[in-house]
Design a protein around this ligand. Structure first.
Ligand code: AHG
Ligand code: MN
Ligand code: MN
Length: 346
């Protein structure tokens, strides 16, 4: 029998969440809906990349000391332009901007803060591999309005996020998000013919233990002994614990995370001594680790910096980096045992 209707749209779902969550006002729904419009615009550009002059590097270096891709700049400007007029934000923070982004004076402001990685997996843009957008939403904690002072409102532990999630621009475009507080993790797939994200993965749960490990082993020369012992653990034979695990590494955090969320497994970006300016590894606490840490926690998994929960870290500066071990709870707890030195490879 033909499927009736188109199923549950993301807008319906957010409204349902809003009804269950008394403190979630329509303001929050407006915010998420505008972010979704931005993602649809980015998705369209990603899917026609290669046809238009949207590929390649701008030749500029960003605050992260990294090559800025044209699509990085495009995605960043789309999100900023769309979000700034929503009237619910006091400021924004982007991986691509050194400082906080002000809301222009002509637009009303609100109590929310959005932090984001506009385009994650930049090295994969030109080779047609899945990339994504990562976001986290907080509520301001003070009555501050001055952009210089608002940084204190932005630097909150990830546990305070009122929503977090990501878009993945792959064989299909998906949105995965949570509003925390036990509301679960839900996935929506974009139906281009309808132009809507429809519920496709309700209440995603990550397996307690996986069979996949994801890490860039090209960095082994830059790891300390504990990190090498941990990765060797997942690679060594032990029938009872289902080892060796399978290695899967895409090089786009969102894509590696999404696969492990659905199938189980652990993603690792350890601290390394590759770049003295980045002793804690490459990934950013505010715009990559914290949003995904809330998603994985709500799906029954765990995210650690090797010594404790990512979500409990008190950020000291917006672009700070953090070692990241994220995925199936049992696997991440094993990572903590090795990185904290409690466990050695026999
Ligand atoms: P971004 O494109 O936002 O800079 O993020 C890229 C990150 C992340 O997506 C991925 O896991 C990691 O870079 C891959 O780094 P390596 O190439 O060093 O493995
Ligand atoms: Mn990224
Ligand atoms: Mn990025």
């Amino acid at each position: 029998m033909a499927k009736k209707g188109v199923g549950i749209t993301i807008t319906q779902h957010i409204l349902q969440q809003q009804r269950q969550n008394p403190e979630a006002t329509g303001a929050f729904t407006t915010l998420l809906n505008e972010l979704i419009v931005a993602a649809k615009v980015i998705s369209r550009e990603v899917n026609k990349a290669g046809l238009a002059d949207i590929l390649g590097s701008t030749g500029r270096i960003n605050v992260q000391d990294e090559q800025v891709q044209k699509l990085d700049v495009f995605a960043n400007s789309v999100i900023i332009e769309r979000m700034q007029h929503v009237g619910q934000l006091c400021c924004m923070g982007s991986e691509e901007n050194a400082d906080l982004i002000e809301i222009p004076s002509q637009y009303p402001k609100g109590p929310y803060i959005i932090v984001f990685d506009p385009l994650d997996g930049s090295s994969n843009i030109d080779v047609n591999v899945s990339i994504g957008t990562i976001f986290g939403i907080y509520k301001k904690t003070s009555d501050e309005t001055d952009i210089e002072m608002l940084m204190n409102d932005v630097l909150q532990p990830g546990l305070n996020q009122v929503a977090a999630g990501y878009f993945i621009y792959g064989s299909s475009t998906m949105m995965v998000y949570t509003t925390g507080n036990g509301t679960g993790v839900h996935g929506f797939t974009l139906y281009p013919s309808v132009g809507e994200f429809l519920l496709s993965h309700e209440n995603i749960r990550i397996p307690e233990k996986g069979k996949i490990y994801s890490v860039n082993e090209g960095n082994v020369a830059y790891w300390d002994e504990k990190t090498r012992a941990l990765v060797d653990y997942f690679k060594s034979r032990d029938k009872d614990s289902g080892r060796p695990y399978t290695s899967r590494y895409i090089g786009s955090l969102v894509a590696d995370f999404h696969r492990n969320l659905l199938k189980g497994g652990i993603f690792m970006y350890p601290a390394d001594n590759k770049d003295p300016k980045k002793p804690s590894g490459k990934l950013r606490l505010m715009v990559e680790a914290n949003p995904l840490a809330l998603v994985v926690k709500e799906a029954g998994g765990y995210a650690s910096n090797g010594n404790g929960p990512i979500l409990e870290i008190q950020p000291m500066e917006f672009h700070q980096r953090v070692p990241l071990y994220i995925g199936s709870r049992e696997d991440v707890l094993i990572a903590e045992e090795f990185i904290s030195g409690k466990r050695k490879l026999r």
